[in-house]
Design a protein around this ligand. Sequence first.
Ligand code: ASP
Length: 325
Amino acid sequence: MKKLFAFTALAVAAAGAFAQDFPGGKPITIVVPFAAGGPTDRVARDLAEAMQKPLGGSPIVIDNAAGAGSTIGNAKVARAKNDGYTLLVTHVGMATTPVLYRKLSYNYETDFEYLGMINDVPMTLIGKPQLEANNFAQLREWIGKNSGKVNLANAGIGSASHLCGLLFQSELKAEMTTVPYKGTAPAIADLLGGQVDLLCDQTTNTTSQIEAKKVKPYAVTTLKRLSTPALKDIPTLDESGLKNFQVTIWHGLYAPKGTPAPVLKKLNDALKVALKDPDFIKKQEGLGAVVVNDKRVEPAEHKKFVQAEVARFGPIVKAAGVYAD
Ligand code: ASP
């Protein structure tokens, strides 16, 4: 009994010393469950840069574990060593995949520590440069005439673009062929090449394409027009006839379940510092994203929000009748 007590006390002391030392100059990996060069990747890379200083200068590297609408990367972090050196940055997929997938190898509520939210990001409906439609009304007409032949790209089942596409098709009552990719980066590459017709994706990546006039912008998915200079003249879907159409997605930071509390506290503190970094805020604003307020960086609030999002998407998915195995 005495021996067990001594051993437990020793283990607690060792964990305390480890937490005090964390991250101790050792590299931290942020898993991004989508392809490099896409919106989630971009947010994670900017965040990694902003979190490095408050974490004592430890290098933060990105691991793109892309595929299956973010479920591969999410599962990787759920199974990773819970020492604070493996984290996850993902988006609304944390809430859509439990609804869309019949079976997942992880549980979004019990396999992760919630570290806080990062930002809210609107989306844009864009088309390949070769499309003849120059505005939403013309696009709607074109879709009507080409029923069953229109290709709509997305970043996999459960991705933000998939969600937006589902809502768009159900509002228009139009059947489109969905083409899944491992992330927005390869989807946009094919859109630019004319292999797919349409994509609804975060402003984080579409803004520069719209600005360079490389794609056709048809609408934004917010109820009010955006203020970002490159996007301010693009109409909302709501004003274009799809009343109340609204999709804004969000990103959050996670660690594997059981990561020691003092390590979680250090990571949450570093996240809070990063979200106040003027450089980070400016970069986000330039991409149409809005950094969350202090309340939403609290882990308990973050988890509550994701649970509410899961409840919100359940009926939407059920109505669309789309599930994945
Ligand atoms: N924007 C993508 C999505 O549709 C994911 C990504 O590449 O970040 O979910």
